[in-house]
Write a protein that binds this ligand. Structure first.
Ligand SMILES: [Zn+2]
Length: 446
């Protein structure tokens, strides 16, 4: 299976990997026709799900259904996201909002911004960070984050509750969320990539770091880093993982999907997220929105979890070269109490998503046959283990949207509106549970 990525150079949607009853595996993959054609000859059974025609999927002007923003198919473009964030910060909700400019401009010179909803850090007041748009082609994440902010603030201003399907959040719950927590929203972590995906190549995933000197100009795949492989968690996968582990990372700058970058946190977009976590040490929860697969995933992503041997952990170099293979000796340590909290939060989110219109987002550990390194969620959760003076951040990756959607990375906007609603419901329940838990205790000393 790892050969799909390494040898054949096709992209795989890791979270769609399934073991079939007959012992074979199935996974959704994508690539140029020239890359996919040889697979059948190499022994894979290939079935075409969707043909994507660049550069666009139809524009709002072209009559795409349900369009809400000026981008293709009704999605918000980069400027629209900024405009609506700024409107929330400058409008009647200014007393409980702050627009935070993140310090590092992107490679194309854009400024990334976060919106804080809440009255600001105070002792015992938990911060919840929601990231969107780390991956360029997952257009709907920015729309979800902005939609969540607008709905929450409108309810707070009107002293109203929020109803999503069968789920009702009372006016008191809305009030408490705004008054007693802080929510930090970053709708487009990767605005350069979003812009490129919206205007040139809908399947673009990485940022827009210029290609290294000497790289073949060719088709442009030597541009960009996979930001969700660039965070400082087991980043140097060639040193930390078993050489045979099917780790979904590449050290090859021209890999079109999962190039990890020249060094950990080399990318300005990643440095901005790190800065946010450093600067706002009240952040104790993080949700990174991705698509697709209807999943709510919690740490760890590098190997299966275990709670018996604290020394069998990413912090212990004695295990370098041994990580990332399922069903072997190495498993990543996670405290049993932390694991319970992660599952509790994920389950609350799952129930609230389901109450919106009945979709079930599966709760699972990130490591699911395929290991990862350098992801935002594992990095956020690892911070307090590397440096005990840092806040423990309980972190999640959500993969919104169904894999049987005809255009799963860019659902028709009518469907996207329903996804925005169900994820908003999930995030509201998640924040409510974070309020109940408060700022989690330091990890137990075992
Ligand atoms: Zn993603």
């Amino acid at each position: 299976m790892a050969d799909l990525v390494r040898v054949h150079g096709v992209g795989i949607v890791r979270q769609t990997l399934r073991r079939l009853p007959d012992g074979r595996y199935t996974v959704q993959a994508f690539g140029e026709p020239a890359d996919l054609a040889p697979l059948a000859g190499a022994g894979y059974a290939v079935e075409t799900v969707e043909e994507v025609a660049p550069p666009g999927l139809g524009t709002a002007e072209g009559g795409a259904p349900g369009g809400r923003g000026p981008g293709p198919a009704g999605y918000m473009d980069v400027e629209e996201v900024d405009r609506r964030l700024a409107a929330l910060a400058a409008g009647p909700d200014g007393a409980v909002t702050e627009l935070i400019e993140l310090p590092r401009p992107t490679w194309e010179g854009r400024t990334c911004r976060a919106l804080r909803i809440g009255r600001g850090p105070a002792p015992g007041r938990p911060g919840v960070c929601v990231l969107g748009g780390v991956h360029a082609r997952e257009w709907g994440s920015a729309d979800i984050v902005v939609g969540f902010a607008e709905r929450l603030l409108a309810a707070w201003r009107g002293k109203r509750g929020i109803t999503v399907g069968r789920r009702r959040f009372t006016a008191t719950q809305v009030l408490r969320l705004v008054e007693e927590a802080n929510v930090y929203l970053v709708p487009q972590v990767n605005p350069d990539g979003r812009h490129h995906s919206l205007t040139v190549d809908p399947m673009w995933r990485k940022n827009r770091r210029p290609a290294p000197r000497g790289a073949a100009a060719g088709d442009g795949t030597c541009v960009g880093v996979d930001l969700n492989r660039n965070f400082d968690f087991l980043w140097d996968f060639t040193a930390h993982f078993d050489p045979d582990a099917p780790v979904a990372c590449s050290a090859e700058p021209c890999h079109p999907e999962v190039y990890v970058g020249p060094e950990a946190a080399s990318e300005p977009e990643v440095a901005n997220v790190v800065w946010l976590l450093d600067r706002y040490s009240d952040i104790a929860y993080l949700v990174d929105l991705h698509s697709y697969g209807e999943l709510i995933m919690y740490s760890w992503g590098d190997d299966e979890n275990q709670s018996r041997r604290p020394t069998m952990a990413f912090t212990n170099a004695d295990w370098d070269g041994r990580r990332g293979r399922p069903d072997d000796d190495y498993r990543e340590y996670i405290g049993a109490a932390d694991r319970r909290l992660l599952v509790r939060l994920a389950t609350k989110m799952q129930a609230a998503v389901s109450a919106a219109r009945g979709r079930t987002y599966r709760v699972q550990q990130s490591m699911n046959l395929y290991p990862t390194a350098g992801t935002s969620d594992d990095y956020a959760f690892s911070r307090h283990l590397v440096d005990p003076s840092r806040t423990k951040v309980l972190a999640f990756t959500v993969e919104w949207g169904a894999e049987d959607n005809p255009t799963p990375f860019h659902p028709p906007y009518d469907e996207m509106v329903r996804i925005i609603a169900e994820v908003t419901s999930g995030l509201l329940a998640f924040c409510g549970e974070a309020l109940r838990i408060g700022v989690p205790d330091p990890p137990p000393q075992e």
